[in-house]
Write a protein that binds this ligand. Sequence first.
Ligand code: ADP
Length: 493
Amino acid sequence: MFACSELYPLIKTGGLADVAYNLPRALVQLGHQVRIVLPAYRGLAEVTPPPQPLCRFEIIGYEVALLVSHVPDTTIPLYLIDCPELFNRPGDPYGDGSHPWPDNALRFGLFCRAVVDLVENHCYGDWLPDIVHCNDWQTGLVPLLLADGAANPATLFTIHNLGYQGLFSQQTLAELGLPEEVKGVPLWDFRALEFYGELSYIKGGIVFADAVNTVSPGYAQEVLTPEFGCGLDGLLRHCGARFTGIVNGIDTDYWSPAKDPDIDLNYSVESLADKQANKRGLLARFHLPDDENTLLLGMVSRLTEQKGIDLLLDALPALLDLPLKVVVLGSGEAQYEQRLLVLAAQHPDRIAFHSGYHEALAHRIIAGVDALLIPSRYEPCGLTQMYSQRYGTVPIAHAVGGLRDTIINACGRAVQGESGGASGGEPWDGVAGTGILFDDYSVAGLQGAVASANKLFQHAMLWSCLQLAGMKQDFSWAASAREYNRLYHRILR
Ligand code: ADP
């Protein structure tokens, strides 16, 4: 049973939705039976086939219906926890678009309780999962509640982003009717849910799940340090071998330059030159001068500090000293949108910005730009660097977390070195890789990486080596699913 708060294509704010759609499908390929459970947000009642009510029950005074349908375009059963009072709202799963809902503790607390009721009461028939695979703080109370019953399924808790922890007030414990203690540990205790005077949902998963993982081995290492651990590094270190990292995959059918219906001209390793038509189309779409020989950079991202949009904004004036153009697609914090709008207005020939979430445009940008900027402060896994490599678009990324795990840095000293090469030869000596990584998280660091990209871009042969090496990487879900399969078996043993 895969419990989550987002599911592509029904409701998505980030990478979790993609994982929730793709990992279960890859697990089915390996022979697992998978079912997914999600809150019945507004609009979900219109999925096809129309969700059928299976049963009704009551949780802490709320009427809840269990609906069943299928994950679109699959045979995977989809359970929806229907409580209109809490979930039938406009906006995204967590807020009205600008602010989180004030009753999120109750909304996701009730969701967790409903998942546990499903599993314990089997009200959906005789299908009993071996494992409940929980994702992020919205499902954090599920492992806690299942830890109490000996006959319950095992639990895996996956952290997609440690920065989001689900912190609420102590009184939530009583509002949700949670037990005083679980496995002899009082819930209001630093060994359980208490976190510096607040109630932490993510701790319910980390403390009580049979195993915990995050979405790349690199990030799994980083969060053990105070710098990346968001206050939970000590607890994660304490998990020892119970905590691991498994890198996400991507949907290589959907993100395929050879058959993507959203891009101007399809292309592949055999016809890489056709990528250029997408660059021309993108420049025209954004009313930028049709200059194919200048480096075109892109960014497709949530506009939050985590994604390094502030670093890019600080670096942009200096970056414009190089002959390049930048296209940004993103939605998020108003201050960043505002700064992007101002910069785009100041440099209409160099910078373009599209505000909002636009799936088709994301595809067009990833196909059309030469290089994709991913200056994330931290990155649990990241997906866009894998999409871009598939599309022969060179990622320029901060060397952290999943970015470090999925990009082979082409720019060692050979390109960045002042003498132009480790061996004193041409600047591209020793180039082998799929992208450009920078360690130094500063304007100078990003600027250096973009300058290296620009240098490489001047050498068409080298640039195409980078592009082709990226396009040949295997980012399919099959490999990740095999690792989850191993982890599930380990948990059951
Ligand atoms: P996160 O989940 O932290 O936002 P990921 O890189 O894991 O970051 O996943 C982001 C996903 O959201 C990718 O599929 C990316 O293409 C998509 N995305 C982000 N912003 C936009 C946008 N404005 N329009 C379209 N797609 C977007």
